[in-house]
Write a protein that binds this ligand. Structure first.
Ligand code: NAP
Ligand code: MG
Length: 498
């Protein structure tokens, strides 16, 4: 507990005491108790029904917070993916011709039914993926519902989405999504596709299939015509079958740049349309005139939200030299107050790392940072004995050539670099293979406007970070991919212009 106020410390010349939460200041546990209504086994959702995989094979989905098995998940093979595409093609014959105002009713129903079961979905999402309950409850689930509401609103106004042109659906689309925002990424993909009149075959990531398959229950309850949405769980082989299927006229992929390149290589020469939402290594840039306390909150949110498993995470902090020491000191003090642990506890700021594989990747990259000479800071917090956890980490004295400054870590690890001039900040921010997002902290509006053009990133946040809205298009430059999700632009990526 602090014993000195800032005022007193200024008078005495001594530094203000730090807030040390850790072992000195404990909160009572506040576990979320809503029932996630998990089934022991999840089958594939094809043609409006849950069906067993033709191979009879299932794999385990575990809770990364304690390594306990949650459910068996069906592994779809090529025959199941064929069946899913056949169901989608059959459904498209009527769904694609339905008036937009009729499709809107179904999409509104999806949004409302998800809201009805919001707490249940939030708990299931947290258990399957490891993210803090306050994030799944206050961000993932409401934002997923918001995407369905927004796109339901478009479905009967498609004559106005491309002024002077008419739009038509493309047909059957194949979609593959990652594990960091499982339900939300599904909503980003399904809502625009359905609003435009397409039918879908979608594959969730292997570690987080539960909320996608639970959403199959909502699709059935909403009375969506059978085959309009088909959900095939599985591994990379299932994903490849979804992307390469001849019935798919368009594929939409969110995941790593590495897998995105594999997909692009295998589809080169076909006339399939593609959207690729890939990795990132965003710069969060703090100038000396920025409100530093707010900037520190933005830096913390930028890198520790969802354990840093965020494609647009502000994983490179670029600080103006005159305030570099002050920002780093404030940042360390703030990080000491973060609570790492049980994702189902409402007090938890940083939950579990999604998988053992991801934990190994983070551990290896952090070791490389130490080996290459950067200074590592981690607060003295206790991690749970079981499950996959990683301490919030900040590297200072980082140079552009360090792996931790170049490679996507996809974990709670921040690399801090400094700059002296605006040009140097732009040069360093853009000196990356990625271009998904960036943050700028400054009091000067003109500087914000200049940087929003100079930074080669799909999204540039000013004096804030990680703000999302269904009306706002999201997507990348360079190796972060192409195509947009959200807004009018995202909708047009699922349309034929006539
Ligand atoms: P990933 O390994 O690329 O996997 C993404 C999805 O692709 C998973 O469903 C995966 O299945 C599947 N897959 C694997 N191999 C495949 C193949 N050969 N063909 C087709 N599909 C295949 O990525 P991740 O580790 O799940 O997600 C993290 C990455 O996603 C990060 O790089 C992050 O930046 C990026 N991301 C980008 C955005 C964006 O909007 N730009 C948003 C979120 C995440 P399995 O799960 O079975 O491996
Ligand atoms: Mg899991």
């Amino acid at each position: 507990m602090p014993t000195l106020t800032d005022k007193k410390s200024r008078r005495s010349g001594r530094p203000a005491a730090e807030l040390i939460f850790g072992d000195l200041w404990t909160f009572d546990p506040a576990p979320e108790t809503a029932d996630p209504k998990l089934k022991p086994r999840y089958d594939l959702f094809i043609g409006g029904k849950f069906v067993a995989p033709s191979s009879g094979k299932y794999f385990d989905s575990i809770n990364p917070a304690n390594e306990a098995k949650l459910a068996s998940i069906a592994h779809a093979n090529a025959a199941d993916v064929d069946a899913a595409y056949a169901a989608a093609a059959k459904a498209f014959a009527t769904w694609g011709k339905l008036p937009g105002k009729e499709r809107a009713k179904y999409i509104y129903r999806l949004a409302r039914l998800l809201q009805d079961r919001a707490r249940e979905f939030a708990v299931a999402e947290t258990m399957d993926g490891g993210k803090p309950i306050k994030e799944s409850r206050d961000f993932d689930v409401p934002m997923a519902a918001a995407h369905f509401f927004y796109h339901a609103g478009w479905a009967d106004k498609l004559d106005y989405v491309a002024p002077g042109r008419k739009v038509a659906p493309l047909g059957v689309v194949g979609q593959v999504i990652p594990w960091n925002f499982p339900l939300l990424m599904m909503a980003w993909k399904l809502a625009p596709a359905l609003a435009m009149g397409n039918c879908v075959v979608i594959k969730p990531a292997e570690t987080t299939s539960i909320t996608a398959l639970k959403f199959g229950e909502i699709i059935a309850d909403a009375g969506l015509p059978p085959g309009v949405v088909n959900i095939v769980s599985g591994f990379g082989d299932t994903g490849a079958a979804v992307m390469n299927h001849p019935t798919a006229v368009k594929v939409a992929f969110t995941g790593s740049t590495e897998v995105g390149k594999i997909i692009m290589r295998s589809l080169a020469g076909t006339d399939k349309k593609m959207t690729m939402e890939l990795g990132g290594k965003a710069a969060n840039i703090v100038f000396d005139d920025a409100p530093l306390d707010q900037a520190v909150e933005g830096i913390v949110n930028g890198i520790f939200f969802n354990q840093g498993h965020v494609c647009c995470a502000g994983s490179r902090l670029l600080v103006h030299e005159p305030v570099a020491d002050a920002v780093l000191a404030k940042l360390k003090t703030r990080i000491r107050t973060l609570r790492v642990g049980d994702p189902l506890d409402k007090n938890t700021d940083i939950g579990a790392i999604n998988s053992q594989e991801q934990l190994s990747k983070i551990t290896e990259l952090v070791a490389s940072g130490v080996k290459e000479g950067a200074d590592l800071f981690q607060p003295a917090c206790k991690l749970p004995g079981k499950g996959y956890y990683f301490k919030p980490s900040v590297f200072s004295n980082v140079t552009m050539s360090h792996r931790i400054a170049r490679e996507e870590i996809f974990g709670p690890v921040l690399s801090v670099l400094t700059f002296r001039t605006l040009d140097e900040a732009v040069e360093k921010a853009n000196n990356t293979a990625y271009g998904l997002s960036a943050g700028v902290w400054t009091d000067k509006g003109s500087r914000i406007l200049k940087l929003s053009t100079d930074l080669k990133a799909g999204v540039v946040w000013a004096n804030t970070y990680n703000k999302f809205d269904p009306t706002s298009p999201f997507g990348g430059y360079k190796e972060s991919g192409f195509g947009r999700e959200g807004g009018r632009q995202g909708l047009l990526d699922y349309a034929k212009l006539i």
